[in-house]
Design a protein around this ligand. Structure first.
Ligand code: GLN
Length: 533
């Protein structure tokens, strides 16, 4: 087994996760079996309890783990499906250590960061390494070198490399090379200092990825190489990618990142096969058409809050030879200005998942506009609940219909708490989570798009469609076409007599890949394109 650890220095948001994922693409292209994972030094047990304002999207895995959004990059850039073992946080580490201590497993020892905390961290890598279907594990360490919380992780890596042999471990350090306008100069000092910080702990990078907005010439690379004790070719410029993030593997391959890493780890492989990847990038950057899709949400100012949705729209656009221009619309603006102003300029409306009642009425107004004006509608999770509330109120005359999440005393609880949620008190990891099967009516649009009547999709919700109102809906042309296998949970609704109206209780965005766009997103973008035409 070979191990690559990716750390970051100077500042956060350097695209470390993207770089790690791109390396995953390249190594897979070389025929290696890659597994990617992330260690996050914060004390939350998982990001499931964090607000999207804090942390962006919560990415859900097959097994129901609520994880960091970088795991979304990993699944989109490589073929691996990840599990809860692949996102370790300090919260989990300390939870384990304290549980062990209470159970008496430390046999009277004083429990300390070294060795007890670092052991738990190393054990996680060893545990993952037991799998016999992988050749190489890429682990990204969240945060920035120098952070207090990150220290136990870096110390654990130092011990780990001694245990498994230096020849099996490579370190990549991502830094920022800022451009000082007044001096018209790129500056290497922050990189030097963050590498010095790593060395203090006993780690030395094999590769330094230099994030920069300006090209970095060979002289500068040599300078960084000299101060940081790496070879000049291993100082790799990581410039902003043009057009699409999916270019990142191609750019890093041009800089020979995969060569350098394979040489360092003694891996002999052929050049990577990137033909399919290159074709996909071409389709994204040179489309023949373009279409505007509105996304109405409450976290709309945050680029990362609906990350997987935006990526899925890009994938679906490429599949339709179309550039999808995403128009982000704050639901409170619809409440203030009415739907016409914002929605008349788009060709498709997507309402994504969400929690809490702010902006709900704006979303309901938007869904109504889409239904009444033949505007293609794609609802995801909360977006399905919104479509249902809207239909109940405005098409079935159930005026005060609502979800009990937002109005506990509503006379028409058309969306209500899932039965097994009623006794749940804890907030962390307690929703209906992970992959569950949905059976789809054969005569539905969804079945036609999927090309199958049984799908497995990922979930993250507490509330469900109340099926007591189904007869009312169906008489008026709103169908439940997908349910759990026992029929008890509503999963997909459609309005057959509408150009495109599909809303799902699950999160299809977690399974779309650039090389394998999700069928529902694909159908939605196609419908938007048709409307525009
Ligand atoms: N708040 C809703 C629920 O818990 C929707 C959740 C979501 O959109 N992820 O059911």
């Amino acid at each position: 087994m070979k191990y690559i650890f990716v750390t970051g220095g100077v500042v956060s948001s350097l695209g470390k996760g993207l770089a790690a994922a791109a390396l995953g693409t390249l190594l897979e292209g070389r025929g290696l079996r890659v597994l990617m994972q992330k260690f996050d030094p914060y004390l939350n047990v998982d990001p499931g309890t964090m607000s999207p304002f804090q942390h962006g999207e919560v990415y859900v895995l097959d097994d129901g783990a609520e994880t960091d959004l970088d795991l979304g990059h990993y699944e989109r850039f490589t073929s691996g499906r990840l599990s809860r073992l692949n996102n370790l946080t300090s919260g989990q580490v300390y939870e384990t250590v304290i549980k062990n201590e209470r159970e008496g497993l430390y046999l009277g020892a004083t429990v300390q960061v070294i060795p007890h905390v670092t052991d738990v961290i190393k054990n996680r890598v060893h545990e993952v390494a037991k799998r016999d279907d992988i050749d190489i594990i890429i682990t990204e360490i969240g945060g920035t070198t120098g952070d207090i919380e990150g220290l136990p992780f870096l110390e654990a890596l130092r011990q780990f490399k001694d245990e498994v042999g230096h020849e099996n471990v490579a370190f990549i350090h991502t830094t920022l090379v800022p451009y000082i306008k007044a001096a018209e100069e790129l500056k290497t000092k922050p990189t030097q200092q963050s590498v010095a910080k790593l060395r203090e702990i006993g780690l030395a990078p094999d590769v330094i990825l230099c994030r920069s907005e300006h090209p970095i010439d060979m002289d500068l690379r040599r300078k960084i190489a000299m101060f940081c004790n790496v070879r000049p070719e291993a100082v790799i410029p990581f410039l902003d990618v043009k057009g699409t993030i999916y270019r990142a593997p191609l750019n890093l391959h041009e800089q020979r990142l995969d060569d350098i890493i394979c040489a360092r780890l003694g891996l002999e492989t052929a050049e990577p096969d990137l033909i399919e990847w290159r074709n996909m990038v071409d389709r994204i950057v040179n489309p023949s058409h373009s279409v505007k899709i509105g996304v109405v949400g409450k976290y709309i100012d945050l680029k990362d809050a609906y990350k997987s949705i935006y990526e899925s729209l890009t994938h679906a656009g490429a599949a339709n030879d179309t550039h999808v221009e995403i128009v982000r619309i704050d639901s409170s603006d619809i409440e203030e200005d009415g739907p016409e102003k914002h929605l008349s300029r788009i060709s498709g409306l997507l309402i994504p998942g969400g929690f809490g009642d702010r902006g709900i009425e704006g979303k309901i107004l938007a869904a109504r506009y889409a239904r009444e004006n033949g505007l293609p509608y794609f609802g995801i999770c909360l977006g399905m609940q919104i479509a249902t509330i809207e239909f109940a109120r405005n098409a079935c005359g159930l005026e005060s219909a609502h979800s009990t999440e937002f109005d506990e005393g509503t006379p028409h609880p058309v969306i209500c708490l899932l039965e097994d949620q009623k006794s749940v008190q804890d907030k962390g990891g307690t929703m209906r989570l992970g992959t569950w099967e949905t059976r789809i009516a054969p005569d539905s649009r969804s079945a036609a798009l999927y090309g199958t009547e049984s799908v497995h999709e990922r979930h993250r919700h507490r509330y469900e469609l109340n099926q007591n109102y189904l007869r009312d809906y169906e008489e008026r042309g709103f169908r439940l076409v997908g349910t759990s296998p026992d029929g008890r949970l509503g999963e997909i609704v459609e309005i057959p007599d509408h150009p495109f109206f599909i809303a799902v209780q699950f999160h299809p965005e977690f399974q779309s890949k650039p090389t394998a766009p999700h069928p529902l997103f694909r159908g939605f973008v196609a419908a938007a394109l048709e409307r525009k035409g």
